[in-house]
Design a binder for this molecule. Structure first.
Ligand code: NDP
Length: 234
């Protein structure tokens, strides 16, 4: 039987590439997403990760079709940038609600199934910014750095049950999120990256497939940077 892999937000960007890579690896792939078209071979259930009941119902729907989830890639994320002194409560809490609490909602539901299976691979999509910080992203970097604590607590809580939890910390990856950056900002970022370029979504997907694989069963609580060397030492 193939493994059931759930990737949140697989309609576009990094999530889409991750879903495609797991399909190519031979897994049964589904997504919890808000709408839009999906890659070939990926089943979708509509839910917003800020809604616990909708997340639970989406997992129920997908598991009824494909069996218990064995791999979760929590990818859904947003930015709402602004300088600290001008950042509203809503700017802060709305980003936390998607990136951190939304991830928690998905992980909580997935772990129920993984405990029964005595097998699980949890991959959280963090960010280099969660480790290095970034001006204008106090909300986003807080949400992403918290995923490291989450993965490590999950590891300590359920690591004896065949379940691993790790964080991928992508650097600047070419997607809609980075397309929004001005050309001079992109140039400045490229200059600071040892690889002198932004990454591709396929490069993050390859890391997710590894951490989601049987072969990575003894890797847990780790932060795997996919950032061209940008965050070295953090
Ligand atoms: P995109 O904006 O292209 O995609 C974000 C995805 O998250 C979309 O599928 C989006 O769905 C989904 N999403 C957002 N909010 C919600 C929600 N409330 N409920 C369900 N799904 C939601 O971004 P990327 O592909 O670039 O980013 C993917 C992940 O990688 C994010 O967690 C991001 O923080 C992280 N990352 C990205 C980097 C980059 O350089 N691009 C660098 C480091 C980390 P919808 O289409 O409905 O909006």
């Amino acid at each position: 039987m193939t493994r059931h892999v759930v990737v949140t937000g697989a309609s576009r960007g990094i999530g889409r590439a991750i879903a495609e890579a797991f399909v190519a690896a031979g897994d049964t792939v589904s997504t919890i997403y808000r709408g839009g078209d999906l890659p070939d071979g990926v089943t979708g259930a509509i839910a917003d990760v800020t809604d616990s009941d909708a997340v639970n119902a989406a997992f129920d729907e997908l598991e009824a079709q494909h069996g218990r989830v064995r791999v979760l890639v929590a990818n859904a994320g947003v930015t709402r940038d602004g300088l600290l002194m001008r950042m509203s409560d809503d700017d802060f809490t709305s980003v936390i609600d998607v990136n951190l609490t939304g991830t928690f909602r998905c992980v909580r539901r997935a772990v129920q199934s993984m405990m029964r299976e005595k097998y699980g691979r949890i991959v959280l999509i963090g960010s280099v910014v969660g480790l290095m910080g970034n001006p204008g992203q106090v909300n986003y970097s807080s949400s992403k750095s918290a995923l490291v604590g989450m993965a490590r607590s999950i590891t300590r809580e359920v690591g004896s049950r065949g379940i691993t939890a790790n964080v991928i910390a992508p650097g600047f990856i070419t997607t809609a999120m980075t397309d929004a950056l001005a050309d001079d900002v992109i140039k400045r970022y490229e200059d600071s990256i040892p690889a002198k370029r932004f990454g591709g979504t396929d490069e993050v997907a390859a890391a997710a497939v590894y951490l989601g694989s049987d072969a990575a069963g003894y890797v847990s609580g780790a932060v795997l940077p996919v950032d061209g060397g940008l965050g070295m030492g953090h």
